[in-house]
Design a protein around this ligand. Sequence first.
Ligand SMILES: [Zn+2]
Length: 119
Amino acid sequence: MPHKCEAIVVHCMDYRLQSFINQWLEANLAKGSYDRAVMAGGVYDIYDVIRQVDIAARLHGISKVVLINHEDCGMYGMSGTEERHEEDLSKAEEKIKRLFSHLEVDTYYLNLDGMFEHK
Ligand SMILES: [Zn+2]
């Protein structure tokens, strides 16, 4: 039976952020209308991200991709400056838009105190 949802949300596995992300999703996306891809490092490995986006697009007809990277991410270690995250998010956005031109892409940087910055 075909079934659809609005978006796929990609974010890091880091336990410190899960309750912030849950609250943010409740407030910003239609309840239950998203696939969720939890990957160490968020967009750190873009090919893993693209694979999940492709599946969500084929199986659930998503129209939107939400990418969330965060402060003090263990996958980035010392190289994880806010600038680096911003750069990786924008590269990921570009690649996804090139492959899936019908998808809207939103990128966010999540601070450890729970504040989301739209990038
Ligand atoms: Zn992380």
